[in-house]
Design a protein around this ligand. Structure first.
Ligand code: NAG
Ligand code: NAG
Length: 449
C-alpha cells in the first residue's frame, strides 16, 4: 500500500502479512476513520481484500464509493449468484448433520463423552453420521465466515471440533477459524480460550518442521494482538508470552525468538506493555537487550525512547522521543486507546531512571520537574521506596533523596554479555534458514498480499 501522505511508523502493511483478510479489513476500517491515508487508496485496498471473500454486498458498497458514476460490472452479479448457489448447496449438505446434533440423546452424549472418536462411533451407529457429513460442517463454517457471518461460523466450528480428532485434516484450521470468528465478534473471553487452545496445540504438535512452527507462532503472535490490547489481563499475558521464563520450555523463549527472526515490529507492542505495566522493572533489562539486538532491523519512537533512557541516559532525548510517541499511538489501531496511560507511565519511568543514576537529588528540584508540590513529591518517592521500585532514603532535614548504590560485579557483566552473544547466534542461524527455504502456509484462510 503506498500512501500520499507519509504516515509515520504505521505498521498495517507489515502486520497484514500475518493476518487473515477479515482481520486486515478491521485495520483498514480504522485507517479510514483516522484519515492518515488517502481514502481512495484505502477503498482500493478494501476492494482487493473483499474480492476473495463472499461478502459481495460489502464489495459492491466499496465499488460504488470508488466509482459513483459507473455501472456495476457484471462480475459482481455473477459473484452474488455463485455465492447464493453455493450457500444453498452447502445448506443441503449440512442439514443431515445439524438434524443429528439437535437430537436429545445426542446432546446428552456430547455432554458426557470427552473422546471425539467415541462420540463419532456412537453417532455413526445410532444416527448414521459419516465423515463426509462432518467435512461438510467444516465447509459450511468456512463459507459462513467468508460471508462475514462470524457467529454462524463459530457455531459450526464448535460442533465440528467436538466430532473430529486432533489428527483430522481440518482440526488446525478449525482452531484458527474459531479464534478469528471470536475476535471479529469481539468476544474476548471466548477468543482467549481459543487462543490458549491453539497455542497449546502449536507448542505440542510434533509434526511441524522448524520453519512451519516458526510461521504458526508468528501468525499467532499477530492475531493475539487483538486480544492482548482488549482483554483486561491482555498486557500481562503479552509480557508472559515473550519474556517469562518460568515454564521449562519457556527457557528458550520461542515466541521472542519468532519476533527476533521474523517480525521485530512486534517489539513496539512488547515495549508498550512493559512500560504501561507495574511489573515493568523486572522485565525492562531483558527488553532493553532485545531492543538493542534488533535496533538495526526495527526502531520507532517507542523503542528509541527506551534506548535514550536506559542505554544512553539521555533525558532530553527521551522527552523528545516521548513527544513523537503521540503520533505513533494515534495511528496504531492497537495502541490508540493506551496513549494517556503510556505517557503517564513513561514520565514516571523517566524519573525512576533519573533517581537511579543520581546519588543525591533535591526534593525541590524533583518536585519542580514533576510538577508537584515538595510534599507530594516526597510522598511519591516514599511510595516508590515502599514498593521496592527505588532503593533510596529520604533525608527530610536537608530535603534530599539519597540513593542506594547497586554495583554489578565484573563476573556478572561477563555472564550477561556471553548470554546475549549466544542468543544472537541463534537468531543468525534462524535467519539463514529462513532465507534458504520458501515458506509454506498452513493456516486458515491464508492470504497473500
Ligand atoms: C449465520 O449462520 C447461521 C448458521 O449457519 C445461520 O443460522 C444464520 O441465518 C446466518 N446469518 C445470516 C445473517 O446469514
Ligand atoms: C476493543 O473492543 C472494543 C469493543 O469491544 C472495540 O471498540 C475496539 O476497537 C477494540 N480494540 C481493539 C484494539 O481490538
Amino acid at each position: 500500500m503506498s500512501s500520499t501522505r507519509m504516515a509515520n511508523w504505521e505498521l498495517t502493511s507489515r502486520l497484514g502479512k500475518f493476518l487473515d483478510r477479515h482481520l486486515v479489513l478491521t485495520l483498514l476500517e480504522f485507517l479510514s476513520s483516522n484519515q492518515i491515508y488517502d481514502e481512495k487508496e484505502l477503498l482500493l485496498g478494501k476492494l482487493e481484500m473483499l474480492k476473495n471473500t463472499n461478502m459481495v454486498d460489502f464489495a459492491i458498497d466499496v465499488y460504488k464509493k470508488l466509482y459513483p458514476d459507473e455501472n456495476l460490472p457484471t462480475e459482481f452479479f455473477e459473484n452474488r449468484q455463485r455465492v447464493v448457489a453455493e450457500l444453498k448447496e452447502l445448506e443441503k449438505l449440512t442439514e443431515p448433520v445439524l438434524a443429528i446434533l439437535v437430537q436429545d440423546d445426542v446432546s446428552q452424549q456430547i455432554a458426557t463423552t470427552r473422546d471425539s472418536r467415541q462420540l463419532f462411533d456412537y453417532l455413526k451407529m445410532n444416527h448414521g453420521l459419516t465423515s463426509e457429513m462432518i467435512d461438510s460442517l467444516y465447509k459450511s463454517a468456512k463459507f459462513q465466515y467468508e460471508c462475514g457471518n462470524y457467529s454462524g461460523a463459530a457455531q459450526y466450528l464448535s460442533s465440528h471440533r467436538l466430532l473430529v480428532s486432533q489428527n483430522d485434516k481440518n482440526y488446525l484450521s478449525n482452531l484458527w477459524g474459531k479464534l478469528a470468528s471470536e475476535i471479529l465478534m469481539q468476544q474476548w473471553e471466548n477468543a482467549l480460550e481459543d487462543f490458549n487452545r491453539l497455542r497449546d496445540y502449536i507448542d505440542n504438535y510434533q509434526h511441524f518442521s522448524a520453519l512451519q512452527l516458526l510461521q504458526q507462532r508468528t501468525w499467532l503472535i499477530h492475531w493475539s494482538l487483538f486480544i492482548y490490547f482488549n482483554h483486561s489481563q491482555g498486557r500481562d499475558m503479552l509480557i508472559d508470552m515473550f519474556l517469562e521464563r518460568k515454564a521449562s520450555y519457556q527457557k528458550q523463549q520461542p515466541y521472542l525468538n519468532a519476533v527476533q527472526t521474523i517480525c521485530p515490529h512486534i517489539i513496539r507492542y512488547l515495549t508498550t506493555a512493559v512500560i504501561t505495566h507495574r511489573r515493568r522493572r523486572e522485565y525492562m533489562k531483558e527488553l532493553v537487550k532485545v531492543i538493542q539486538q534488533e535496533s538495526y532491523t526495527y526502531r520507532d519512537p517507542i523503542t528509541e525512547f527506551v534506548e535514550c533512557l536506559c542505554v544512553n541516559f539521555d533525558f532530553d532525548g527521551a522527552q523528545k522521543k516521548l513527544r513523537e510517541c503521540v503520533d505513533v499511538f494515534n495511528n496504531d489501531f492497537f495502541l490508540i486507546a493506551l496513549q494517556d496511560e503510556f505517557i503517564e507511565n513513561a514520565r514516571l519511568f523517566v524519573f525512576e531512571v533519573f533517581c537511579q543514576i543520581h546519588e543525591c537529588i533535591s526534593i525541590n528540584m524533583l518536585a519542580d520537574k514533576l510538577n508537584m508540590t515538595p510534599e507530594e513529591a516526597e510522598r511519591w518517592i516514599v511510595n516508590l521506596i515502599r514498593q521496592a521500585r527505588l532503593d533510596a532514603k529520604i533525608d527530610s532535614k536537608l530535603g534530599h533523596v539519597v540513593m542506594g548504590t547497586q554495583a554489578v560485579s565484573p563476573y556478572q557483566q561477563l555472564i550477561e554479555k556471553t548470554k546475549a552473544m549466544s542468543i544472537r547466534c541463534q537468531v543468525l542461524t534462524m535467519n539463514i534458514e529462513k532465507r534458504l527455504q520458501t515458506p509454506e502456509r498452513v493456516a486458515w484462510a491464508v492470504n497473500e498480499f
